[in-house]
Every structure is written in C-alpha cells, then in structure tokens.
Design a protein around this ligand. Structure first.
Ligand SMILES: O=c1ccn([C@H]2C[C@H](O)[C@@H](CO)O2)c(=O)[nH]1
Ligand SMILES: [Zn+2]
Length: 133
C-alpha cells in the first residue's frame, strides 16, 4: 500500500502547476474505501490563490465520496522532506485521526513517517453540536 501511495504521489507531482515557486509537490491518500486519491499543487498569478498538493488530494477524495484519510504521503521535489504547511495540517486533521500516519518522500526515495497529532497537537475543532450536521 505504501508503494501505491508513493506511485500515486509521484504521478500527481508530474502534473504540478508551479511556474512561480518551481516547487512541484505531489500528495496521495489512502481512504476508508481502499482507494488512493492524489493531487498536486496548483499555483496562481494571484499568489494566495495557489493550492497545495494535500488540498488537491483531499478535494479529490471528498469529491469521490470518501471522507476518511487512513494514510497520506507528500512527495517533495528535492532531498528535503516536504512537511505539510500549517493550513494543510488543519485540512488533513479534519478528515483523519490523531494517529493517522503521514509519510514524506524525498526525490531520492527516502521516506519518513509521522502522525497527524505530532504535526498538529491540540487540534481545533468545533463543539460536537456544530459538527457535520
Ligand atoms: O506541503 C506542501 C508545501 C508546499 N506546497 C506548495 C505550495 C506552493 O505551490 C509551493 C511552494 O510553497 O509548494 C505544497 O503543495 N505542499
Ligand atoms: Zn499546504
């Protein structure tokens, strides 16, 4: 399954639209339905409108009808691990559990693992009565 995640993230990374930063990122998710969803970063001339690879993968997962991230992997364009940005940590936490694995893959193939709670301790969420209908 980890190999499938890597392959999907690398496939997505090839399609990254990053003409401004030149920093091409791919992300892939294993969801509760067993499918792998993937996405790339999509930048914009209006810089704040750019979207991270993780957000693209989450959007694809939700669009397909899955709602739980079981594993997620982020593929970096260089030999440093690309840890999700703060905004993506919150986006991942919305659809994951504290112990959900988050993998990072470098361009040379090194891979490391952390968890959602390590990336985002004390996660913000709404009170129960305001949650998801
Ligand atoms: O985890 C990350 C970090 C950065 N980026 C993107 C955002 C931007 O397009 C480019 C440079 O920050 O990389 C991602 O997609 N995921
Ligand atoms: Zn991000």
């Amino acid at each position: 399954m980890l190999q499938q995640l890597k392959d999907a993230a690398l496939k997505a990374q090839k399609n990254a639209y990053a003409p401004y930063s030149k920093f091409r990122v791919g992300a892939a998710i294993v969801a509760e339905d067993g499918n792998v969803y993937y996405g790339c970063n999509v930048e914009n001339a209006a810089f704040p409108q750019g979207q991270c690879a993780e957000a693209s993968a989450i959007g694809t997962m939700i669009t397909a009808g899955a709602t739980q991230i079981k594993q997620i992997l982020v593929a970096s364009p260089n030999d440093d691990y690309c840890y999700p940005c703060g905004g993506c940590r919150q986006k991942i936490a919305e659809f994951a559990s504290a112990d959900t694995p988050v993998f990072m893959l470098t361009a040379s193939g090194e891979c490391t693992k952390t968890t959602v709670s390590e990336l985002l301790p004390h996660t913000y969420s709404l009170p129960e009565e305001q949650n998801r209908g």
